[in-house]
Design a protein. Structure first.
Length: 201
């Protein structure tokens, strides 16, 4: 099996036992997506699976995966092209931020980045090492990110083609500014997709 995509699937996951069902000692897995799962994930089993999957290029985690686990995963698989992170409020936050920054410095092939559940503006410097090669950035799960920090980061993403953000009353004007600024930036055309949060507008 080269791809396992659980997106939009009805999955009853109680103990993450499925993570240990792949062939041993190594797998042919190139893409793994379980971002839709709502339950806890067995972090040691996940790390073992990633370690046994040398061809893995796309990894989409759910929000239960803590930051320190993500940092260790990136150390093992720095050649990921597509990544959906786990939660930014779980795990050893202070230590994991430093570990993530160091790990992202080696992720030179990363093109698509998403996830960031419950993240604040503090995560922006952590992903700075990969901004120059990003073509797709999805921040729709991080509505607490302040627009000023987002604006500064977006201006460094010279190859960005798709930007997903959550529009709220507090950031609407600044996000419009991001869109207008991209008309004059020396980069590829950026497609900004607003996800309207009607309860906050």
């Amino acid at each position: 099996m080269k791809e396992l995509d659980l997106q939009e699937s009805l999955v009853e996951d109680r103990d993450s036992r499925w993570l240990g069902c792949f062939p041993k000692p190594s797998t042919l897995l190139e893409s793994l997506n379980f971002s839709c799962l709502t339950g806890e994930v067995n972090s040691p089993a996940l790390e073992i699976l990633v370690a046994r999957s040398p061809n893995l290029r796309s990894l989409r985690l759910n929000r239960s995966v803590p930051l320190d686990v993500l940092a260790r995963i990136l150390c093992r698989r720095p050649r990921l092209v597509d990544l959906c992170t786990g939660s930014f409020v779980r795990g050893n936050i202070v230590g994991a931020y430093a570990g993530l920054f160091n790990s992202f410095q080696h992720c030179s092939l990363l093109k698509s980045l998403s996830g960031f559940w419950d993240a604040t503006s503090l995560f922006i410097p952590v992903i700075a090492p990969v901004c120059k090669n990003l073509t797709c950035l999805n921040l729709s799960s991080a509505p607490m990110v302040r627009s000023a920090y987002l604006f500064e980061f977006i201006c460094q993403c010279k190859k960005l083609q798709q930007l997903w953000v959550r529009l709220t009353r507090s950031n609407a004007n600044d996000l419009l500014g991001i869109y207008l600024s991209n008309l004059v930036m020396k980069c590829d055309t950026v497609l900004v997709v607003y996800i309207f949060n009607l309860q906050n507008l």
